[in-house]
Write a protein that binds this ligand. Structure first.
Ligand SMILES: CC(=O)N[C@H]1[C@@H](OP(=O)(O)OP(=O)(O)OC[C@H]2O[C@@H](n3ccc(=O)[nH]c3=O)[C@H](O)[C@@H]2O)O[C@H](CO)[C@@H](O)[C@@H]1O
Ligand SMILES: C=C(OP(=O)(O)O)C(=O)O
Length: 427
């Protein structure tokens, strides 16, 4: 199994390209199920999860074709075509590896009149229920059956009706699923307290390009007028705000100066505000964001929240950065009950962190020490990379497949800005 070795202490400096967003790609790809015409996605990141999603689509009868990808390029162009949906079942073997598989439920039931998806269950960061996906789909006319680890959704008469639904809590995944289902419904759908993450805006814009009718994009009220059919389109995946934020933390912890090329500041308000409060200089440019830091970082009080709040997907990376800040920080995780799997590993590197329920107190230490570590989820793994970049000595991050799910060619990007980092294969 591969691991990543980092010899810490190098100050990061230079330009670092930001890839297409994983969390956008994984909700844009299932849109291919909504039309028999080709959907082409540009700037699709080269990630294990994108490959996995392509594989799932293939099983459902969608052809996937990658165009002109040169090994040296970041991202690629993929054309997907669901001329005919040949299966309406997303099996356990695929779903268990990739929770985003649940996002085929809405588009499949909308297009094929039925969908059967294995229940994704919990994962390392918590329970991750899907009850709101199902309630929202019911509200727009789907009949839901749960049996033997599967959920089956059926559209009576072959087409969903549309309807109204108010989310009791903001859910990114449930909003995505029901929006993709509602675009082909007979009537109008009104969603209240919908998620307004930039990835949801990206999804809605792609659906508009395919001929959907959606109002209120970027607000908590989405009104979707169903159309008879959608057509093909070409759409550019948005830049990854979490990847950009992660590399900003990496630059800051090393006292570096890095230009995040392609990063979009308007998607990153809470992250950039937090960096500035910590004493990082952030310059928003036309097509990039420049971050630089010198001297001690200041401690922060942060609480995760749906967009435009501070993203749960940035919590672990900030925790690593704040491990060497000048004082005590307080982080509160409100989205997932168990997203502190990185804490014991950071502690092995010398961090002083105390978890009390959903809160974590991070008392800044003078320095971190390299150590062999491993994490059980994607952002936790990234927090260990960030800590390793600043640590004294060598850090070995194991279970790198988590990183391969969400960071395109991580070592290469970090090497290019001066990190001493390499991937080693344990054979
Ligand atoms: C609001 C939020 O920050 N969502 C994050 C969540 O999206 P993801 O789509 O995975 O999760 P949701 O947004 O649906 O979850 C938000 C909250 O709603 C609860 N819930 C969700 C669905 C459901 O059917 N029932 C239910 O109770 C969850 O337990 C959670 O507390 O994880 C992704 C991966 O880390 C992040 O990119 C998203 O930013
Ligand atoms: C947890 C994440 O993603 P996933 O839900 O795909 O595991 C993430 O992007 O931080």
């Amino acid at each position: 199994m591969d691991s990543i070795i980092i010899r810490g202490g190098n100050r990061l400096s230079g330009k670092l390209p930001i890839s297409g967003a994983k969390n956008s790609a994984l909700t844009l790809m299932p849109c291919a199920l909504l039309t028999d015409e080709p959907l082409t996605l540009r700037n699709l990141p080269r990630l294990a999860d994108v490959d996995g999603f392509g594989h799932l689509l293939n099983q459902l009868g969608v052809s996937t074709m990658i165009e002109g990808a040169r090994p040296e390029d970041f991202g690629r162009v993929m054309t997907m075509r669901a001329g005919r949906v040949t299966s309406t079942v997303a099996p356990y073997d695929i779903v268990r590896k990739m929770r985003a598989s649940i996002l085929v439920l809405g588009p499949l039931v909308a297009r094929a009149g039925e969908a059967t998806v294995s229940l994704p269950g919990g994962c390392a960061i918590g329970n991750r229920p899907i009850d709101l996906h199902l309630k929202a789909l019911e509200a727009i006319g789907a009949e839901i059956e749960l049996a033997a680890g599967y959920v089956k959704a059926t559209a009576p008469g072959g087409r969903l009706s549309g309807g109204n639904y108010t989310f009791p809590v903001v859910s990114v995944g449930a909003t995505e699923n029901v929006v993709m289902a509602a675009v082909l419904a007979k009537g109008t759908t009104r969603l209240e307290n919908a998620a307004r993450e930039p990835e949801i805006v990206d999804l809605c814009n792609c659906l508009l390009a395919m001929g959907a009718r959606i109002d209120g994009i970027g607000t908590e009220t989405l009104i979707i007028e169903g159309v008879e059919r959608l057509h093909g389109a070409t759409y550019q995946v948005m830049p990854d705000r979490i990847e950009a934020g992660s590399y900003a933390c990496a630059a800051a912890i090393t006292g570096g100066s890095v230009e995040l090329v392609g990063a979009r500041a308007e998607d990153m308000g809470a992250t950039l505000a937090a960096l500035r409060h910590a004493g990082v200089t952030v310059e928003e440019k036309r097509d990039s964001i420049h971050v630089s830091a010198d001297g001690k970082l200041r401690p922060l009080t942060l609480s995760t929240a749906p967009f435009p709040g501070f993203a749960t997907d940035m919590q672990a990376q900030f925790m690593a950065m704040l491990a060497i800040a000048d004082g005590a920080s307080l982080l509160t995780e409100t989205i997932f009950e168990n997203r502190y799997m990185h804490v014991p590993e950071l502690a092995r590197m010398g961090a002083d962190i105390e978890v009390r329920g959903r809160a974590a107190v991070v008392r800044g230490v003078d320095k971190l020490n390299g150590a062999p570590v491993m994490a059980t989820d994607l952002r936790a793994s990234m927090s260990l990379i960030i800590a390793g970049l600043a640590a004294e000595g060598e850090t070995q991050v194991n279970r790198v497949y988590h990183l391969d799910r969400g960071y395109e060619r991580l070592e290469e990007k970090l090497q290019a800005v001066g990190a001493d980092i390499e991937r080693v294969s344990a054979g």
